[in-house]
Design a protein around this ligand. Structure first.
Ligand code: SF4
Length: 337
């Protein structure tokens, strides 16, 4: 199916319950057709909460008086071992943005170490130049997620009052630089709550469509982090569960082959209800503070809503007839190339 903006916009407009139900049935069928019963499980490892930006919505913002921590290679390896022992075989490494102390040189040895232990290593870090992305790919990175946060330039500027992240264009063009550098899997998204969700969804869909056509060899995913508690009274445009679900259905229908991720920001009941209706990957046992998988008191980026153990999530998935996958086999294909 070719992407069409006006058809996509229609999928996002207000619907009756029965229309929403029809969208759900369509999305369910497409998800089954392209992903079968599989649900991939992933886990994030926060390497550092150092940050030189001042994003108003984030707990790692440089103005927050929190306990800062950056894991050494040894500490990161120990966290990776804990995660590996839980059974995970893919890993998502995250940092704030502090290139002076947590830059590409810091990441390279940790990625190399992670690559020895996991089949698939992905990053969610600061935007880089093409040459820097090439270094990260050469070190063993297969996937990258970079959220635009908002596609609205004015709101983007208001939300990022200081720091390198103020540069909208450098962030917007980062996925393309990473794909040029050989990144195999690309994740996009925006932060729900900063602006009107329908306009943001259309902008994301156009961005995704453009990249998919130009970099057709890569795999793409989308995710929709939603702000539940605005820090320091930050005004947010709350997105209801109903609208949130409709947006996920719309993306599934318009982009049948694109993976859709749902993090532990969302509660267990909503996550369970969305399985099979479009969502293909969910995180489990997430800690959002560096070193969080062992005794640790550093501060978190956001509160996790789904605190179930990996075993509990796997058991729920199996009871609902899904096949939980904790290994990304497709990396084997790329290693053979
Ligand atoms: S969102 Fe990212 S860049 Fe912004 S303050 Fe938080 S960690 Fe730093």
């Amino acid at each position: 199916m070719t992407f069409n903006v006006s058809s996509f916009a229609k999928l996002l407009t207000a619907t009756s319950d029965s229309e929403l139900n029809n969208l759900a049935l369509k999305a369910k069928k497409l998800t089954q057709q392209h992903f079968g019963n599989t649900i991939q499980l992933y886990i994030p490892l926060y390497l550092s909460n150092e940050c030189c930006n001042s994003c108003l919505y984030c707990g790692f913002n440089k103005n927050q008086k929190i306990k800062r921590q950056t894991l050494s290679l040894e500490e990161a390896t120990s966290q990776l071992q804990i995660i590996k022992s839980k059974g995970f075989d893919n890993i998502l490494l995250l940092t704030g943005e502090h290139k002076a102390s947590v830059g590409v040189d810091y990441l390279e040895p940790i990625i190399q170490q992670a690559q020895k232990m996991f089949s698939y290593v992905a990053l969610e870090v600061f935007p880089c130049t093409t040459a820097e992305y090439k270094k990260l790919v050469d070190a063993g990175t297969s996937g990258l997620t970079i959220y635009q946060e908002t596609y609205n330039r004015k709101i983007y500027s208001n939300m990022h009052p200081a720091g390198p992240k103020r540069d909208f264009d450098f962030r917007f063009t980062a996925p393309e630089r990473a794909l040029t550098a050989g990144m195999r899997k690309m994740g996009l998204g925006f932060l729900l709550g900063l602006s009107d969700w329908q306009t943001e969804a259309i902008n994301l869909a156009e961005h995704l469509d453009y990249l998919m056509k130009k970099y057709w060899k890569a795999d793409f995913t989308v995710s929709f982090p939603r702000i539940h508690e605005a820090p320091n009274g930050l005004p947010i445009q709350a997105v209801s569960d109903r609208d949130f679900v409709q947006m996920i259905l719309a993306f599934r229908i318009a982009f049948p082959k694109v993976g859709i991720l749902l993090s532990t920001r969302e509660n267990a009941q909503l996550r369970d209800n969305l399985l099979g209706l479009g969502v293909t990957q969910i995180s489990a046992e997430s800690k959002t503070n560096p070193g969080g998988y062992s005794e640790n008191s550093s501060d978190e980026q956001f509160k996790v809503s789904d605190n179930r153990s990996l075993e509990e999530i796997i058991s729920t998935l199996e009871k609902k007839g899904f096949d939980p996958v904790i290994k990304d086999w497709s990396t084997i294909l790329s290693k053979k190339q």
